[in-house]
Design a protein around this ligand. Sequence first.
Ligand code: E4P
Length: 218
Amino acid sequence: MKFFIDTANLDHIREARDLGILDGVTTNPSLMAKEGIAGDAAVRRHYETICQLTQGDVSAEVIATDYDGILREGRELVKIAPNIVVKVPMIREGIRAIRQMADEGIRTNCTLVFSAGQAILAAKAGATYLSPFIGRIDDTNWDGMALIREIAEIYAIQGYDTEILAASIRSALHIVESAKAGADVVTCPLNAILGLLRHPLTDIGLAQFLADHQKANV
Ligand code: E4P
């Protein structure tokens, strides 16, 4: 399973990259706004910087919601760097645009996915990645991980190439469960990635090893 970081924060991207486990980055308009990135030129510069930090895929989301606008933005975004993937919302015009971009060799990430039916449509349209939002489904008291399992089963049966990118990850447990459910990629905030490191018995065991070494070497 590939690890993407879900942020537009450059320090967080550097920290994940320096861990040696980073395969890519996803952003969205909310994450860009959180970093204070506004205006076309600033957005473009920020994507350029992110693409210099990682050679992995970087999802850059379109703002347009009409077919021509999505295509126009998508074609501009991919000029920024070869590792840009155009993130497109799961709407009628988005599906049409994903089909067209696939035909042009432009890679896409179909976002805001909440059902297996949407997942089938995106795969048929030729999306490179599919982003089901686990955490947001959990927030509504439904089971986000059940959707990942369902999509993984359908894609395996049908032989679809689209990669399942588990998104809206809130915890280290979500990452582990995504791996078990058959996600190809997981995109997570830095704190969820770092959460994978932590176990109290590791800390206790290390303290004991170091204390024993100290006693034996006085
Ligand atoms: C990533 O592709 C999604 O935009 C992101 O994971 C959404 O996460 P959120 O539900 O925490 O905003």
